[in-house]
Design a protein around this ligand. Structure first.
Ligand code: SF4
Length: 250
């Protein structure tokens, strides 16, 4: 077992960080136990020291992602933040994307499908999100994210345990078998209330659709307002058994 302290590198060595010390076989139990009682900044600083330029946040600018982005911009100005533009996002989401770039000293890396919406319609029909949403998510989210992941040793998500019954037991740090790298969920243990307290206290920008009943915001075709406080993601893919876009499935 590698002690977490041993994995922390001095700031000046970050640029020479050349490889993740972790593999799919690594037992993250001890590190998870360590960080369960540490602050968000402690975990983010450890991730930056351990993975250097090979760690990036991936966010769709949801509330939890905005809290992490706010901290990362302060801890590591200039850091690359990755987002997926499916071409089907809300106007409010594109506006927030602009606002984030103006306010924060980050490098926003926007990834898109190589297939334009027009090409997708020509190949698979005019509404793939209705006929085969898993395929639509695969083309517009899973594949472009996979391209970004191939450049990383670790990624930072905005997932929380209280967002959905499917996320109840999510660890802070784990191995991501889908993309073959370390997955960090630094706010896994935060509640929705804690996230919004941080946003309001620190005047963090957020998607105004949250004030209109949208708890979790994705593409226009697949996102609806919800009153189900116990499952924030119940407004996504309503009327279907689909609950995840595929990027968080192993
Ligand atoms: S959320 Fe809907 S529109 Fe967006 S990629 Fe998935 S199926 Fe397509």
């Amino acid at each position: 077992m590698i002690a977490t302290e041993e994995l922390v590198m001095p700031q000046e060595q970050l640029e020479f960080c050349t490889g993740s010390p972790f593999t799919a076989q690594y037992d993250f139990t001890q590190i998870n136990t360590h960080f369960e009682t540490r602050s968000l900044d402690d975990l983010l600083e450890w991730a930056l020291a351990t993975f250097g330029q090979k760690v990036s946040q991936v966010t769709s600018f949801g509330p939890t992602g905005m809290v992490i982005l706010d901290r990362l911009a302060k801890i590591a100005p200039g850091m690359r933040i990755i987002t997926l533009d499916t071409h089907f996002l809300f106007e409010e989401t594109y506006a927030l994307m602009e606002q984030v770039q103006q306010r924060y000293p980050i490098e926003l890396d926007i990834r898109r499908s190589h297939l334009t919406p027009e090409a997708q319609a020509a190949a698979y029909g005019p509404a793939l999100w209705q006929s085969t949403p898993d395929h639509c998510c695969h083309l517009r989210k899973v594949v472009p994210l996979g391209e970004a992941m191939s450049e990383l040793d670790a990624w930072i998500t905005g997932l929380r345990r209280d967002q959905s019954p499917t996320r109840t037991h999510m660890p802070l740090i784990t191995w991501d078998n889908k993309y073959d790298l370390v997955k960090l969920n630094p706010l896994a243990g935060w509640t929705r209330g804690q996230v919004w307290s941080y946003i309001l206290e620190h005047n963090v920008p957020y998607n105004p659709l949250h004030d209109q009943g949208f708890a979790s915001i994705g593409c226009t075709h697949c996102t609806h307002p919800t009153t189900n406080a116990a499952d924030e993601r119940s407004g996504r893919w309503q009327g279907r058994t689909k609950t995840e876009c595929g990027i968080h499935l192993a």
